[in-house]
Ligand binder design. Structure first.
Ligand SMILES: N[C@@H](Cc1ccccc1)C(=O)O
Length: 501
C-alpha cells in the first residue's frame, strides 16, 4: 500500500493496544501536531486507525491559591487566632480575633465567609466562637490544593467547583483525541506500506518543470483541529460605545463633541458648582499648568458669576462664598462631560437652540479617584440631555428604562441624590449579573434655574451622566472594571466578550 509520507509515519507510530493522544503520536512520528492530526483523520477515513475523543480537564492554581499554600487559608488563620483567644470555650469579640489573626483587607471577608461554611465555628452578634472539634490540619480545600500543586488528580467534583468559585483554581476543558490501530491498520503494516511523496501546495517551480503533472497532492481535511488565530477585534468598550451611540441616535439624539481639557468655567461654574466644592480641589481634579482660557462669553461669565453671588430669581440666594474669575478661567481635564452640555445649552457650541432638543456624547472624563474594582482615573461617560417645555421625573425615568432595556437591563433602580446643578437628582443602580450586587451606573436630574437662567434657557432640561464601563460590566458580567481597560486588562476576557444587541 502506498500512502503519503506523513500518513506512513503516523501509522507506524500508532499502536494496536495503547491508545495514544495525537500530540504523543506526533512526537513519536517526528511530524508536527497539525500534520499528525490531518494524517490521523485521513487514516481513520481509510479504516486504518480508530480515533477516540475524550474531554480532559486541566486544573491550574491561581496566584491566590499559591499564597494560601505558603501562608494558610484565611479561615484557618481566623480559626487558629480564635482558638488562641479561647473562643473554643466562650465567644470572643470578633475585632479582637481578627486583630490577632493578622488578616487584612479583603482577606477578612474571605475568612469570615468561609469560616462558618466550613464549620470552624460561628459568628453571632459581633462575637466569634470556635468549634473545638474542627480540624484545620485536614482542611479539604487546602489538601486538594496541595494535591493539585503536586500534580496529583483530585476527583471530588463539588470540591473542585467550590475552589473554582473561590477563585483558587481555574478549570479548563480540552478535547483529547487518541489513536489506536485497527485490524485493517495492523494488516496494512504487516503487508508493508510505502511512502508516496506528496506535495501540500503547488509551487511555481512545479509549474515550470512540469512536475505538477505527476505529483500527488495531499487532501485537505477541513475538519482537522487548527491552531486558534487571535484575530484583531474592536475593543469591547469601543463596541459598547458604538452601540450606545446607535441606541441614542435611534432615540432621536444628536452627538455633542468638545475639549477634554477645558476651562473650569464650563466644567464647574456654569453648573452652579461652588468654587470651594470638594470636587474642585486638587484632590479630585487634574489641573493643567497652562495659560488660562481667555475666550469665555462675557455675558455668560457675568450671569454665572451673578448666580453664584446673588442666586437666581426673587427668592434666590447665592453661595456667600468667594468666586474668582481667574479660577473660572483655569484649565483642567474635565471631571465629567457635563461641560459639553453647558457649551451646547449656552449656545456657545452651535448657536441658540429652540426646544425640543436631545443631545448626547460618549466621551472620556477624568477623575483623581482611588483605583478599585469599579473606579479608574479615566472613564467614558454617556452624557445626555433633553430640552422641552414640560419635563418631569417620569420622563427622566422612562428615558432610562427605554435606554437600558436595549442592553437587556430591565431592573434599573433610582435613588434620590444631590447635585449642586440638578433638583431633583437621582442616582441609578443596576444589579450585577454575577455578584448580585447593586452597582451605581449613573447620575441624573433636572437642571436648576441657577444653571438654566444664566445659560438663557427658559424651558425644562433633564440631564444625566452614565458610566459606559459600568454598563459594560452589567452586560458582559465583568466583575472588575480593570479587566476592561488599563494595564491590568484581561486579554482572554477581551477576546471573548460579546456585546449584546
Ligand atoms: N455630572 C454628573 C452627571 C450628571 C449630568 C447631568 C445632570 C445630572 C448629573 C456626574 O458626573 O456624575
Amino acid at each position: 500500500m502506498r500512502l503519503p509520507e506523513r500518513q506512513v509515519a503516523a501509522l507506524e507510530a500508532a499502536s494496536a493496544t495503547d491508545a495514544q493522544p495525537i500530540p504523543d503520536l506526533a512526537a513519536e512520528a517526528g511530524i508536527d501536531e497539525a500534520a499528525a492530526t490531518t494524517s490521523v483523520f485521513e487514516l481513520e477515513e481509510d479504516g486504518l486507525v480508530a480515533v477516540e475523543t475524550e474531554t480532559e480537564e486541566t486544573v491550574s492554581l491561581t496566584d491566590e491559591a499559591r499564597e494560601y499554600l505558603d501562608a494558610e487559608l484565611p479561615e484557618v488563620r481566623l480559626y487558629r487566632a480564635a482558638v488562641e483567644a479561647g473562643a473554643d470555650e466562650t465567644p470572643v469579640s470578633m475585632g479582637q480575633v481578627i486583630g490577632a489573626s493578622g488578616l487584612e483587607g479583603p482577606q477578612v471577608d474571605i475568612a469570615l465567609s468561609n469560616f462558618a461554611r466550613k464549620g470552624y465555628g460561628e459568628i453571632d452578634g459581633g462575637e466569634i466562637s470556635a468549634d473545638p472539634d474542627a480540624d484545620p490540619d485536614s482542611d479539604a480545600e487546602i489538601t486538594a490544593l496541595e494535591a493539585l500543586d503536586a500534580g496529583e488528580a483530585v476527583d471530588d467534583d463539588s470540591l473542585l467547583d467550590r475552589l473554582a468559585e473561590r477563585g483558587l483554581i481555574e478549570r479548563e476543558k480540552r478535547t483529547v483525541r487518541s489513536v489506536l490501530l485497527t485490524d485493517a491498520g495492523v494488516d496494512a503494516l504487516m503487508a508493508g506500506v510505502e511512502a508516496a511523496e506528496t506535495a501540500d501546495r503547488l509551487t511555481p517551480e512545479m509549474l515550470i518543470s512540469g512536475e505538477w503533472e505527476d505529483v500527488e497532492f495531499t487532501d485537505y481535511n477541513v475538519e482537522a483541529d487548527a491552531t486558534e488565530a487571535g484575530a484583531g477585534k474592536v475593543h469591547v468598550l469601543r463596541q459598547a460605545a458604538e452601540r450606545v451611540k446607535d441606541v441614542l441616535v435611534g432615540m432621536g439624539f444628536q452627538e455633542m463633541d468638545g475639549p477634554h481639557a477645558d476651562a473650569d468655567f464650563w466644567i464647574n461654574d456654569a453648573l452652579f458648582m461652588p468654587q470651594d466644592h470638594p470636587a474642585r480641589t486638587h484632590w479630585d481634579r487634574f489641573a493643567l499648568d497652562v495659560d488660562p482660557i481667555e475666550d469665555l462669553p462675557e455675558d455668560l461669565l457675568r450671569a454665572v458669576e451673578n448666580a453664584h453671588r446673588e442666586g437666581v430669581g426673587p427668592d434666590g440666594d447665592g453661595y456667600h462664598s468667594p468666586w474668582s474669575e481667574d479660577f473660572a478661567r483655569e484649565v483642567a481635564l474635565r471631571g465629567h462631560t457635563t461641560s459639553l452640555s453647558m457649551r451646547y445649552l449656552s449656545g456657545a457650541a452651535e448657536g441658540d437652540l429652540e426646544p425640543p432638543q436631545r443631545y448626547f456624547s460618549v466621551e472620556k472624563a477624568y477623575r483623581n479617584d482611588t483605583i478599585d474594582a469599579t473606579h479608574l482615573l479615566e472613564f467614558f461617560q454617556i452624557e445626555g440631555w433633553v430640552m422641552a417645555e414640560d419635563l418631569s421625573v417620569r420622563d427622566l425615568m422612562g428615558t432610562f428604562e427605554e435606554f437600558y432595556r436595549q442592553f437587556g437591563i430591565t431592573d434599573v433602580q433610582f435613588k434620590p441624590h444631590y447635585n449642586p446643578y440638578t433638583e431633583p437628582s437621582f442616582e441609578l443602580f443596576g444589579r450585577h449579573p454575577e455578584t448580585g450586587e447593586l452597582i451605581e451606573i449613573g447620575n441624573s436630574g433636572i437642571f436648576r434655574e441657577e444653571v438654566l437662567s444664566p445659560l438663557g434657557v427658559d424651558c425644562d432640561v433633564m440631564a444625566w451622566g452614565l458610566a459606559l464601563e459600568r454598563l459594560a460590566m452589567l452586560y458582559t458580567g465583568a466583575e472588575d472594571i480593570r479587566d476592561l481597560h488599563g494595564t491590568l486588562a484581561d486579554l482572554e476576557f477581551l477576546r471573548n466578550a460579546e456585546v449584546i444587541y
